[in-house]
Write a protein that binds this ligand. Structure first.
Ligand SMILES: *[C@@H]1O[C@H](CO)[C@@H](O)[C@H](O)[C@H]1NC(C)=O
Length: 299
């Protein structure tokens, strides 16, 4: 009897576990309230496009005004050889914010279709102790490496200045790719804080081992708009995969949470945009619940 119930229990837990392992959990639409939770982070990602002097003074126009209580701590990059970034603290969200600049659809499509950027191991100085099976897009890894130690120092300063216990990494496009790498990198060097990343128009950044690792190093949410091409690139046939945490905005404007990785449902990017011919690069910049990603910074 005891034995039988143990089997029943085991089967019951298997029945619960199996659908998630197979990525067959139900796709659920977010409520308006759940969608609105992302809006401050969307503005922080959009502000990543603004010049460092304006994010350090927090006078970057609309994208800064949307989060008036932000305390900027550090910023950097030149928007040319190094993407802009900024770090600071949001007391009402009780989190450190790390934001990375993205790039326009034409440039990010060049990044994700350039076969010279193969998968390769991560730098063992920046990413100590990671399995050598974990590989990432060499171009994105090189971009993340340019700002990694400056961003880490700024996050450490912010944590001690504000007694922060949470770090949120945001970014759009190339900035989302750098952000996902940060979401693996920063937890390797910081303890006593939790991490989440909220990323927009994220391309595939690494192999399955990387995607698995990133899915557990922090809580990832990556939001994809309609037929944006970038989230389906580089192709899975090249060995690239997404972490868990996709939210896909469909043509009706619904935000659908897509369980698993690279969910093949037509309600999710991988299924909705089966080939590049179904894609539309004009969807890349948004709008994400009314927020456009680029061209909203003061000249
Ligand atoms: C968009 O998603 C919603 C919620 O899941 C669904 O009811 C609707 O049919 C979808 N629309 C399209 C065009 O796929």
């Amino acid at each position: 009897m005891a034995r039988l119930s143990a089997v029943v229990l085991a089967l019951a837990s298997l029945a619960n576990a199996a659908p998630s392992l197979l990525g067959r959990q139900a796709i659920t639409a977010l409520s308006t309230t759940q969608i609105d939770v992302f809006t401050p982070y969307t503005y922080y990602a959009a502000a990543g496009y603004c010049a460092p002097a304006t994010t350090l003074a927090w006078d970057c126009g609309t994208n800064c005004e949307a989060n008036p209580g932000f305390h900027p701590v550090a910023s950097g990059g030149d928007g040319d050889s190094t993407q802009f970034w900024f770090v600071g603290y949001d007391a009402s969200l009780a989190t450190v914010i790390v934001s990375h600049q993205g790039t326009n659809p034409t440039q990010i499509l060049a990044w994700v279709t350039d076969a010279d950027f193969a998968l390769g191991p991560l730098d063992s100085t920046l990413f100590p102790g990671l399995s050598s099976s974990i590989e990432a897009h060499s171009g994105f890894a090189a971009e993340q490496a340019k700002t990694a130690t400056d961003v880490l120092a700024a996050v450490q300063t912010t944590i001690s200045q504000f007694g922060a216990t949470k770090v949120t990494i945001v970014g759009h496009s190339l900035g989302a790719a750098i952000g996902l790498l940060d979401s693996v990198y920063l937890p390797l060097h910081l303890s006593g804080v939790t991490f989440q990343s909220i990323l927009y128009g994220l391309p595939r950044v690494g192999n399955l081992a990387f995607a698995d690792y990133a899915s557990t190093s922090n809580t990832v949410t990556h939001i994809n708009n309609k037929e944006d091409l970038v989230p389906i690139l580089p192709g899975m046939f090249l060995g690239f995969h997404h972490p868990t945490g996709e939210v896909h905005i469909n043509d009706s404007g619904a935000w659908n949470a897509c369980p698993g990785m690279d969910n093949p449902s037509t309600l999710c990017s991988t299924g909705d945009v089966p080939t590049i011919f179904e894609g539309d690069e004009s969807d890349h910049d948004g709008p994400y619940n009314g927020v456009e990603m680029s061209s909203t910074c003061p000249a």
